[in-house]
Design a protein around this ligand. Structure first.
Ligand SMILES: [Zn+2]
Length: 296
């Protein structure tokens, strides 16, 4: 993921760790566009890394390799069983059980609760003691876009890290331009039926989904603006001339209603992203809708 986007938050976190002031409970809050979960994962990797660099995990030690393989025994994820469901007391008890058993081992245990507002009341109550008196060297990270939905007793036991919302234009400027150009070319190929929406979904399901959805959203937004007023490009200083040309070409295939439909689809996806939905399925739907640009 592109850490330039949450640089401030990242510096704050690594500084807390470097100066031995890491609290045992952190609450990552901020709007849905803030990439709290991925920062939590990256921070977990950094804490667990055996040969950390100044500001990052090495990416190469045994711990980092276990992490990349999604197989690190000291990283515990607490999530709802299914999208939109609650995190239940049994799940919290199972987590505490693991922490109790392993608390005598050296090194950190990182717990990420995502989304923390999915904790129901019983589950929240079961977690309180652990938030207050951690078992061993533990750091519990709660991620939430709706912190008001968290019990006050949970919130008050965590140190809050507020993530700033991402500015769309900065986002484009900091995004890998090679990937961006490739995406624009692939969207063009979708319309020309040079690639199928299934192939498109397969390819892009492997990318960082939060970044990808943000990019697609900006692309669809700007296509809509161009469709409504070709002069809108004067304000597009986040895209290069060549990219604007490509966007205009793409936009001309669509009517505004269709673009609004695509945009809405992306917004919906973003709302449910914290519940780990099947992205390949979503991208298939998006690709299908995109490839049928002229039909309505
Ligand atoms: Zn490492």
């Amino acid at each position: 993921m592109n850490m330039a986007i949450h640089k401030k938050e990242w510096q704050l976190l690594t500084n807390l760790f470097a100066t031995n002031r890491l609290p045992h409970a952190l609450l990552f809050t901020g709007t849905i566009t803030a990439d709290k979960y991925n920062v939590a994962l990256k921070f977990a990797q950094y804490i667990l890394c055996q040969k950390p660099l100044t500001n990052n995990a090495c990416g190469d030690c045994k711990s980092c390799r276990l992490f990349t393989a999604k197989n690190h025994p000291d990283l515990l994820l607490l999530e709802p069983d299914a999208s939109g469901k609650q995190i239940k007391i049994d799940q919290v008890r199972a987590l505490i059980n693991i922490l109790t058993k392993t608390s005598h081992q050296s090194g950190y245990k990182i717990v990420i609760i995502n989304p923390a507002d999915a904790l129901n009341i019983a589950a929240s109550n079961a977690l309180l003691k652990t938030l207050e008196e951690p078992l061993g060297q533990t750091c519990i990270i709660l991620c939430s876009s709706n912190e008001n939905k968290l019990m006050e007793t949970v919130r008050s036991r965590c140190q809050k890290i507020r993530f700033s919302a991402q500015n769309a234009n900065n986002f484009i400027a900091q995004y890998d331009q090679i990937i961006l150009n490739e995406l624009l070319a692939d969207l063009d190929s979708l319309i020309k039926e040079e690639i199928t929406f299934v192939a498109f979904a397969k390819k892009y399901a492997k990318k960082d989904q939060i970044e990808l959805i943000n990019i697609l959203q900006i692309i669809c937004r700007d296509m809509l603006l161009l469709r409504l007023d070709p002069e809108a490009k004067k304000n597009f200083n986040h895209f290069s001339e060549e990219q604007i040309l490509q966007l205009t070409k793409l936009a001309n295939h669509f009517n505004p209603e269709k673009l609004i439909k695509l945009f809405d689809l992306l917004i919906e996806n973003k709302k449910s992203q914290e519940h780990n939905i099947n992205q390949e399925l979503f991208l298939t739907e998006f690709g299908l809708l995109f490839s049928r640009s002229t039909e309505c």
